[in-house]
Design a binder for this molecule. Structure first.
Ligand SMILES: CC(C)(COP(=O)(O)OP(=O)(O)OC[C@H]1O[C@@H](n2cnc3c(N)ncnc32)[C@H](O)[C@@H]1OP(=O)(O)O)[C@@H](O)C(=O)NCCC(=O)NCCS
Length: 172
């Protein structure tokens, strides 16, 4: 079977339900997202609008099925790291790939475009927060030159256990 072709483009509000489905799957199945329960579609739209209005990008990687339907395979975004004025050139990134579209290079494609977009928008420091056991994210980030800042011990609690959390940073 031919591997599908994916394109990266800026997300639109119409992509929000598929983005939310990808995030909610991760909330249900992993400690990569510290929420306990699903985000509503309305909550996702709120996040979408405040991200775009805050001057941060949201990108999607999509592929087109045989019937012409476009499917979102994953997304990447930047968001506020901390609210205080002096942090305005710093952003925290997220990359989520649909579980059926992983290991096809989408994370790499999206992070590359996201960092290019971050540079265009004159962000200086890009921060990642990686939960214990998420080797895939650490390896992907390492490819782009992120350095490990340090590990918070047991600052997360999910599925009845404490979880460590590693912060990584890339200066653009
Ligand atoms: C982490 C994640 C974004 C990687 O996306 P992906 O599209 O599957 O990754 P890619 O195919 O682009 O792989 C790029 C590199 O990442 C690393 N990688 C990806 N998946 C991996 C895995 N399961 N185990 C180890 N390394 C992995 C490898 O170095 C890989 O390069 P290679 O395939 O040449 O060996 C994806 O697994 C994901 O969405 N995970 C859940 C959500 C999440 O944890 N997001 C991060 C929080 S911000």
């Amino acid at each position: 079977m031919l591997s599908p072709v994916y394109l990266v483009r800026p997300a639109t509000e119409a992509d929000a339900p598929e983005i939310n489905g990808i995030v909610n799957y991760e909330i249900d199945h992993s400690v990569n997202n510290f929420n306990y329960g699903p985000r509503s579609e309305e909550g996702c739209l709120d996040w979408f609008r405040s991200t775009i209005n805050g001057g941060y990008p949201i990108l999607v990687a999509t592929t087109t099925l045989g019937d012409g339907k476009e499917v979102v395979g994953g997304y990447a975004s930047l968001g506020s790291f901390r609210q205080k004025d002096g942090y305005r050139f710093t952003a925290e990134y997220s990359v989520y790939i649909h579980h059926e579209h992983r290991r096809r290079g989408l994370g790499r494609m999206l992070l590359k475009e996201l960092l290019a977009e971050a540079k265009k928008r004159e962000f200086r420091a890009i921060i990642g927060s990686i939960s214990e056991g998420n080797e895939a994210s650490l390896r992907l980030a390492d490819e782009f030159g992120f350095r490990v800042v340090g590990t918070f011990k047991e600052n997360g609690f999910k599925f009845d256990r404490w979880i460590d959390n590693t912060f990584i940073e890339l200066l653009l």
